[in-house]
Design a protein around this ligand. Sequence first.
Ligand code: ZN
Length: 244
Amino acid sequence: MKLAILGDIHANLAAFEAVLEDVEARGGFDELWCLGDVVGYGPDPHACIQLLRGCQHICVAGNHDLAAVGSIDTSDFNREAALACEWTARQLSADDVEYLQGLPLRLERSGFTMVHGSPREPVWEYVTSVAAARDNFSHFGTDFCLVGHSHIPLVFRQSGDGRCYGQQISGETSLASGRDRLIINPGAVGQPRDGDPRASYALYDSSRHVVHHYRVSYDVTATQKRMVENELPLPLVLRLYYGC
Ligand code: ZN
């Protein structure tokens, strides 16, 4: 099985399309695993939901998905995120709303647990430190956990003796069973925050037990233009250029 693992699309259609093209060029996928935040920030929420739903996929809910359909409030969002969320809510069809409301907070599939934030707190917690990762390893029962939310591609490893460490994910990561347990964040498709503006995703090849991380250039200007046309907050437009 080939699995495309991605998250934080954030209504960035140009980035999402570029990632799907890249996956196709690498032989395609059997299933797409989406780690939430399909919408929010970006200019094409409806089109991104449609494109995702056209793929064989499973998806967990992100905080922006839940906020866009009123399942959580936006009081913890910064001003730009809250404004974008209100705009997003107005772009969604009744069918989009039903889809987002139906997303689970947590999924398990083939030895992986999938959540948006963390297994301990799927909606809000960021797993960006070894301390946070260490605490979270006891909150899932599978060997591997996939997370999004921070928009930073990272892998945290817990070895058999309980030691835990983290590193930026790049290239191939081995998932040989019986060794380390891992928490993997493939980075963000639609709003990278690690200083690299290219879209970020991973492919899992179950026959080789490896996750390969990729970066994909896309037409950032096209997304920015759509955001300006729709009067989305300027800081959100600019950050796509810097990838932060
Ligand atoms: Zn996000």
